[in-house]
Design a binder for this molecule. Structure first.
Ligand code: FPP
Length: 240
């Protein structure tokens, strides 16, 4: 059935995922366990984020998406914590700008950018433009919400004059337009939910939950997850 085909990310049993998405959960608890403020967990989490995206690239994963900040986190967490995450984000942006000429990595930002000052928004757009022809891709979800993404997409379609939409129209209006859907979504931190992450794109994603808190997450756990994924049979609604 044409309408139920996943967006580009078809993998058969035994093949590695093309696209892995991470819900990087557990930073706060990791810090609390050490008697440290939550912000310390995010600082450590940002280091692990850099290591894991590097590793995924090294082992040939084509697309990685990370959930760095949800719209709900932004609205509901103390300013100090949000400021720390936004500072870590800006540090990553600076490093990505520096590394862009020498790395085969397309960097994309998904989410509502209105929280950023115009100069940061311009730097985000410039990095996206400068890296848009690279083969490997990183999507950083920042001030991202899956429902907000869908609402924005529907409003875009209404504004374009459409009165009847297809799945392809909606896909093309999302922040992730043109990007294959995640083959697997990994959530660390012992919670088993998607928390408003990639609601449209996750229709046929495999899900993997681990108790490991994000700052303790390692490359060998990525290997374990890929091995687990390779054993899964994806049917996309078809019979066995
Ligand atoms: C969830 O853990 C994590 C976040 C809300 C922030 C994730 C941010 C990073 C990993 C660092 C920044 C990365 C970039 C790219 C800027 P939590 O705080 O909800 O943990 P808890 O459930 O233990 O409280």
């Amino acid at each position: 059935m044409e309408q139920n085909k996943p967006n580009g990310a078809e993998c058969s049993v035994g093949s590695a995922p093309r696209h892995i998405a991470f819900i990087m959960d557990g930073n706060g608890r990791w810090a609390k366990k050490r008697g440290m403020p939550r912000e310390y967990g995010h600082v450590q989490g940002a280091k692990v984020f850099r290591r894991i995206i590097e590793y995924c690239g090294d082992i040939g994963i084509e697309i990685v998406t990370v959930y760095a900040l949800s719209t709900e986190n932004y609205a509901k967490r103390p300013k100090k914590e949000i400021d720390t995450i936004l500072t870590l984000f800006e540090e990553y942006l600076t490093d990505a700008e520096r590394d862009a000429p020498s790395r085969d990595l397309r960097v994309c930002f998904i989410g509502d950018r209105s929280i950023f000052a115009p100069d940061i928004r311009e730097r985000m757009a410039a990095l996206e433009r400068a890296t848009m022809s690279r083969k490997k891709r990183l999507n950083v979800a920042i001030n991202y919400g899956g429902r907000a993404e869908l609402v924005a997409a529907f409003n875009k379609l209404i504004a374009s004059g459409k009165t009847n939409v297809t799945e392809a129209d909606i896909e093309a209006a999302l922040y992730t337009a043109g990007c294959p859907d995640p083959d697997i979504i990994v959530r660390t931190g012992a919670e088993m939910r998607l928390s408003n992450f990639l609601l449209w794109q996750s229709a046929y994603s495999e899900l993997y939950f681990t108790d490991t808190l994000w700052p303790d997450f390692t490359e060998s756990e990525v290997d374990k997850i890929i091995a687990d994924f390779k054993g899964r049979k994806r049917r996309y609604g078809a019979a066995e």
